[in-house]
Ligand binder design. Sequence first.
Ligand code: ADP
Length: 182
Amino acid sequence: MLRIELVTGDITVQRVDAIVNAAYSSLLGGGGVDGAIHAAGGPEILAECRRLRATALPGGLPTGEAVATTAGRLHARWVIHTVGPVWPDEGAEADARRRLLAAAYRNSIGLAASLGAASVALPAVSAGVYGWPATDAARVALSTAADAPAPGLIRFVLFSPAMRDVFAEAAAALGIDEAAAD
Ligand code: ADP
């Protein structure tokens, strides 16, 4: 059975099988949650990202797709890197971008499941520097997770209590039972 947890905290200290990273397309590190994951996980993660760029992904990771690397020193087996879309300035593009955000979640969770992960921690992809409004980000994240070919546990790790509240409201509105764990 799928269990969805919403917690406030730092994703880099989670003990789960797979930790999802909101990466940049370059896979070569950046700020926000990406910077935190590389800083806490150590250089092995970046080394594997560089190898991916030199082999399977010379042009970088396309938006909405996901790829796995070692988790380095993190308490996890894999980091799943995904690239969320930037929030569109033009309203007309919103639906297409929303599908890409859903794809980022679906592909991350699907890849974790196919690797054999029974638990996966995810941040609020695109809801930082990429500017996605929190309420909409939460709705896309939760509705996609609830439909996913699931590992047993999907834990959203929200960096602030305010973001956790937004996710909790979205879960209630979508009729998704969350197992509050914090
Ligand atoms: P994006 O470029 O996809 O918007 P960001 O890293 O800027 O990615 O932000 C995504 C979300 O991750 C934001 O809500 C941000 O507050 C959050 N975040 C930043 N650091 C951490 C962390 N260590 N653990 C969990 N969430 C984090």
